[in-house]
Design a protein around this ligand. Sequence first.
Ligand SMILES: Nc1nc2c(ncn2[C@@H]2O[C@H](COP(=O)(O)OP(=O)(O)OP(=O)(O)O)[C@@H](O)[C@H]2O)c(=O)[nH]1
Ligand SMILES: [Mg+2]
Length: 377
Amino acid sequence: MTLHETRQIERAVLVQVIHDRMDADEAADSLLELGRLAQTAGMTVAGQLTQNRDKPHGGTLVGSGKLEELQAQVAELGVDTIVVDNELNAIQAHNLGKMLQVRVMDRTEIILEIFARRARSAEAQVQVELARLQFLLRRIPVTESQQRFTGRANVRGPGESHLQLRNEPLRRRIAELKKRLAAIQDRQTARNPADRDWPVVSLVGYTNAGKSTLLNTLAGADAYVDDKLFATLDTKTRKVWLAPAREVLLTDTVGFIRHLPHDLIACFKSTLDIAVQADLLLIVVDAAYPCVDDHIAVCHSTLKEIGASQIPHLLVLNKCDQGAVDPGTLQISARYPQGIPVSARTGFGLDGLKRAMIAHLQQSCSLWRLPPATSRR
Ligand SMILES: Nc1nc2c(ncn2[C@@H]2O[C@H](COP(=O)(O)OP(=O)(O)OP(=O)(O)O)[C@@H](O)[C@H]2O)c(=O)[nH]1
Ligand SMILES: [Mg+2]
């Protein structure tokens, strides 16, 4: 199993096993999101297949009847790829590829591919390559373990040492990339000393929520905005003037998604550290999205995973374009009374957001307790 680049428009079928620990609405939304991920990776979604099972089949993900159905769909629709919403283990990926004779990707792999296409800075490129190689390393042992099943290499020791030998070039490349990443990050730390004059506010939140648009509107910046998942992979920081002597550094960062691969979180740790070191987080969500509650939950769990759950935060309910009287805005505001409805696109609510930021930072950030230095402005 290798990771390929998508060179032409691939036709894909989406596959999902809804097991007993999954909520039906969340499963449906997850499948929709998988379709968007596939499109973002340059594919056309030709069909989909779901199966309800207590748990995914250990060898082929779906049961034998569904597998036949899937084989028929693949042939009928002329697809090149199946994209699986569930995380595949090495054996499932290997078996599905062999039985269907098409490329098999899971959610993790498609997110990795999108990141690889989007990475622009040297740092992001190294981070993504590192994450992809670590993913690959986990997927490789399948043939070896299957050889053990068939009795060709059933002695543990020799099989493992053979594996180690075969994976050695991969491991060497991973070590090399880790060194390169550390060097890039050292250079950045030297350029951006920890001593700062202004509080740091980080925009975090679900991908496509409007973080970059908000940075652009608040700071008059030109961050890349796109109606695609993972438009931003590099951090961008701009100074924003909230009120006299009340400037902040506002930082945009990579978006979150449900089941964000752990390899990616680990490799993007330094990028996400911006959030961990911030004085205040703006958790931005797309308030017009039907499953916004799930998105808010994913934001909180991801912040916990990166060690940023203790940082003070404001919940920013973005895309409230119709303003304070819109029924949707009223409904979500009732559910999240602490949330601040805004529209990064029209500017609605941004004065209120600035006031809330000032109120929070005045209390919590020591930089602002100093007498305002007029020379800073
Ligand atoms: N209607 C409406 N659309 C918005 C608003 N803010 C952003 N958008 C749109 O939402 C899409 C995503 O915006 P981005 O700013 O790229 O979102 P992001 O959170 O930075 O996304 P990632 O970088 O992928 O994590 C774009 O098509 C924006 O034009 C808003 O207030 N109202
Ligand atoms: Mg962005």
